[in-house]
Design a protein around this ligand. Sequence first.
Ligand SMILES: Nc1ncnc2c1ncn2[C@@H]1O[C@H](COP(=O)(O)OP(=O)(O)OP(=O)(O)O)[C@@H](O)[C@H]1O
Length: 555
Amino acid sequence: MVALGAGRLVDAAIAGDVGTATGWVVVAAVALTGELMLGHFAHLYYFELAEVTDEEFNRELLRLVNGPHHLDRADDPAFADRVDLLRQDVMQVRTTVQTGLQLGATLVQTLLTAVVLATVAPWLPLLALVAVVPVLLGRRAESGLQQTREAQSPTTRSIRALRRLAANPVSQKEIRLSGSADFLVDRQRALLESYAGAMSRADVRYALLRSGGQLAFGVAYAGAVVGAFALARAGRASVGDVVLTITLATQLSVQMSAGVELLGSVHRAAAGLRRFVAMRTEVEADTALPPSGPLPARSADGIRLSHVSFRYPGTDRTVLDDVDLHLPAGTSVAVVGENGAGKSTLLKLLAGLYRPTSGQVLVSGADLATVSPDRWFERTAALYQDFARVELSLQHSVGIGRLEDVDAPGPVRHALSRTGAPIADELAVEDVLGLGYADGRDLSGGQWQNVGFARALMRSDPLLLVLDEPAAALDALAEQRLVDAYQANAAEVAARVGGVTLFVTHRMSTVRLADRIVVLDAGRVVEHGTHADLLAADGRYAELWSLQARAYAES
Ligand SMILES: Nc1ncnc2c1ncn2[C@@H]1O[C@H](COP(=O)(O)OP(=O)(O)OP(=O)(O)O)[C@@H](O)[C@H]1O
């Protein structure tokens, strides 16, 4: 409208028609003011819409990452790369909404420009067609850049992991003590250089492609301006038409380059959206399990592992190899073996966090593969070596172990007292845990572990109670308290629902308290039985036992 006003203004001025010229000045001024005001109000709506969309995508990402019941995906490096990319997509959501709307406005403007150009000469809108060339080449360049970025995912993931390592107070201590800061910085620099190298090569390649498109438009632009002059010379167009053509052709070029940029962002967003949809489809397929058979209130047969083998996703090493075991209802079972023998893996498999690569896990006769993971999780209680430090109030940090009691202080205090540790005397349930809060209290490693133990003990009727290295962070007195608590809890679980208590420890004095002992070696069960049976067998267990007994005797 502004360009149209300017063109007609020139014609009226040349004709000496002051009234018409003034009229066009007013039209141009009103059009310009209107455009600016509309832009301002549109911006407010962009902002609001962008914020709502951003929040929705963040929630969806959280749901997707935590959606699968099993951890197979979380351990898969390819899955981690995809989550990384989705995280970047989510960060772009605000700008994407804005650019999407701007792209719509640019398309309408371009269409109007082409219509007005047609009033000067019917062939002038062809300029808009030529303007599509840089758009298409720009799009090609954008998707090429996107592919390069995706191919660089493993490198960017490693860079992020190093950044996390450097920012984590726990690792900072070790980095300082080991003097490995320079080594880590060099490693990060090498990764950044490799990433920057690959990206800048791709940038140059695709910048050339974009320039080719812009050159094609430049030639067409020059042709249009020369054509308009020729028409004016032949008396088939006015001077105002020439002004109009130059203004609109320039505007078209600006609109097109903005369009290329905007389309690039929209294209990137579309790729992100496809990633979201693909991930959601996979997660839904993963969570859509056949209807689950009921789990008995009380276990009769305990837990059986039938020819269970396991490999972590993305690896080809068999971590558990043809494990065949029966853990009778109500028994306490100790799992022993050297580092890396597969003890923690066995526990995670039994807890349903992973699915066996082959073989079956049967809970009181029900194949875990046919039981909905949520139902099984409700009937398991676990404290892992790498337990979570849940930085909330003590009430919530423990209470989330049984969501229906998350706000009830009674059950939380009961669970705390069942740990056998004096943590309920040291802290009030309202106390906020962790240094992430201004009034938060940091706990010692052993105290955090007791909070984790209490969280596990919130489950009242577990068919499986799992304790992985429960004494790792405890002093001798606390360990003795834990062993007593463990025995009391195992007996309670056994009496109430026939639950099996499974624990991993390297302390043989605790191991001997178990009803049964399973000895793992390189993923295979090499011995199992009672302490007395295994000593009599004089095998691997007897060897481990005498090694520790000798160490104590000598000290
Ligand atoms: N998430 C994972 N992805 C790939 N491999 C893994 C993963 N977790 C463990 N492993 C591998 O599986 C093997 C068994 O590990 P696991 O933690 O079960 O052993 P463990 O007997 O509990 O050892 P430790 O006594 O040191 O805790 C190891 O070789 C380990 O490297």
